[in-house]
Design a protein around this ligand. Structure first.
Ligand SMILES: Cc1cc2nc3c(=O)[nH]c(=O)nc-3n(C[C@H](O)[C@H](O)[C@H](O)COP(=O)(O)OP(=O)(O)OC[C@H]3O[C@@H](n4cnc5c(N)ncnc54)[C@H](O)[C@@H]3O)c2cc1C
Length: 430
């Protein structure tokens, strides 16, 4: 496809955030181009997510967005099949010391009006999930939550954008944001420039590189999370499961997707980029030192030395390499899940994959339409739980790029929070 020379809105990134943005902006009559450096949609975070559409267990500022997003996911599922199942969510606890955090999460959920969320003992939990015949103490139960296939869910929004008239172009890397007189004027790409009055950067872990071209600093730490999927087994549970050390969902076809759940272990390749914003990261690094495996990324360091920069867009790969999978972490997770659901003890593993998470120091997203030149909207830092929010992030990005403001409450997600006040550390790793 030849690229348009001028549009109303350029959207960078065809993950769920960018796809939903393109769909929402095009549906409101704007001319839109959606660009991605990869050869198809959802090749980075969005296609690699576990697919839990979790409403509860979030920071209070995220609750309204998560609730609205779930309604939007439910409406979208009436248009196409991306394996949406509304089966609720169970946070198991297997040790007494885990209970206080779950009790706090219930209080937070009730404050946000999610009165259905409650703590159950083991017997009441088994009435909801009879296959959980192994030992555990109880669970926090939310009947609201859902799950879906994340690559298909994202493709649904890409198709919706296309139907609404957006142009979609893959294999196009954006190399620079363009501004003049304090306003965004377009972007440079590997296929030439495009002009626009609004640019939405939904580029996941690569967002800091793009926004640096207009002088913005966004503190994102890329960390890798691992997943596995089993061969199909008989239908066992429809809930999404989250616990200290394991997380899971069973797809309608019987496959069980497993991750390390709450307080997952993640890996991070240390490079010169880590010197950026070290003061924001140190408190989090110390609090979660047991959850993070560090390795020296010498290849990246050599590239950074060659480019004499840690944030040049030349360092953004045209096609991202496959993230390294931490098999021991997901094997341990499956083994812990099998203790609670013994039927999974002999399940055969059919595939493994890793995905890179765009982590912020406080675990909250950056959603901002006023941080840089007029017309620039930045959405990133979804910190491992942003797939759920995608559809509402698209509506917000359309509000900000077309109207300059949104009625939704996004004050807690502004970029300037990192410089205005001391940065808080989240209670959970993911
Ligand atoms: C293993 C794993 C499990 C997860 N599980 C869940 C879950 O169960 N539930 C949940 O809610 N969340 C989950 N998440 C988090 C979720 O996947 C992300 O928060 C969400 O998908 C981020 O979407 P995004 O569209 O913002 O970014 P991405 O999906 O990462 O999309 C960014 C896109 O931008 C493109 N891009 C970047 N730079 C450029 C450039 N210069 N030019 C052109 N294109 C560019 C990339 O190619 C990419 O396609 C998980 C994440 C991982 C890694």
């Amino acid at each position: 496809m030849s690229l348009p020379t001028t549009v109303d809105v350029i959207v960078i990134g065809s993950g769920i955030t960018g796809a939903a943005t393109a769909a929402a902006a095009a549906a409101r009559g704007a001319s839109v181009v959606l660009l991605d450096k990869e050869q198809g949609p959802a090749r980075e975070g969005s296609g690699r997510a576990q697919g839990s559409l979790r409403v509860q267990g979030r920071h209070r500022a995220e609750f309204p967005l998560a609730r609205e997003a779930l309604e939007l996911w439910t409406e979208a599922a009436a248009e196409s099949d991306f394996e949406l199942v509304t089966g609720g969510n169970l946070y198991f606890h297997t040790r007494h010391e885990e209970l206080p955090l779950l009790s706090d999460l219930v209080i937070e959920a009730h404050r946000a009006g999610l009165t259905e969320v409650r703590l159950l003992d083991a017997a009441a939990t088994r009435r909801i999930i009879p296959c959980a015949t192994g030992p555990f103490l109880g669970a926090m139960w939310s009947p609201l939550d859902a799950q879906c296939r994340p690559d298909k869910g994202t493709e649904h929004y890409v198709r919706r954008a296309e139907r609404a008239g957006a142009r979609i172009a893959y294999g196009i890397k954006v190399t620079e944001l363009l501004e003049a007189g304090g306003s965004i004027t377009g972007v440079n790409t590997t296929d030439g420039p495009i002009r626009a009055g609004a640019v939405v950067v939904a580029a996941g872990v690569w967002t800091p590189y793009l926004v640096k071209t207009v002088g913005l600093d966004v503190p994102i730490m890329p960390v890798v999370m691992s997943e596995l999927e089993t061969d199909p087994v008989e239908p066992l549970f429809t809930q999404t499961i989250r616990a200290f050390g394991f997380g899971a969902r069973q797809r309608p076809g019987g496959q069980v997707v497993v991750s390390a759940g709450l307080n997952a272990k993640v890996s991070h390749g240390v490079s010169l980029a880590d010197f950026h914003g070290l003061r924001y990261w140190l408190p989090r690094a110390v609090a979660f030192r047991k959850n993070t495996k560090l390795r020296l990324d010498t290849k990246r360091i050599l590239e950074q030395i060659r480019h004499r920069s840690t944030l040049d867009t030349a360092l953004v790969p045209a096609i991202s390499p496959e993230p390294p999978v931490d098999k021991p972490v997901v094997h341990t997770a499956l083994s812990r899940l099998s203790t609670v659901i013994p039927r999974l003890r002999n399940a055969k593993i059919s595939r493994y994959w890793g995905g890179v998470v765009d982590m912020t120091p406080d675990g909250l997203p950056v959603i901002d339409g006023h941080a840089g030149p007029k017309g620039l909207v930045v959405i990133t830092g979804l910190s491992g739980h942003g797939f759920t929010l995608g559809p509402v992030l698209g509506e917000i990005a359309a509000d900000l790029s077309l109207d300059g403001h949104t009625e939704r409450s996004i004050e807690s997600f502004r970029l300037s929070r990192f410089t205005d006040a001391p940065v808080g550390t989240p209670e959970m790793m993911i």
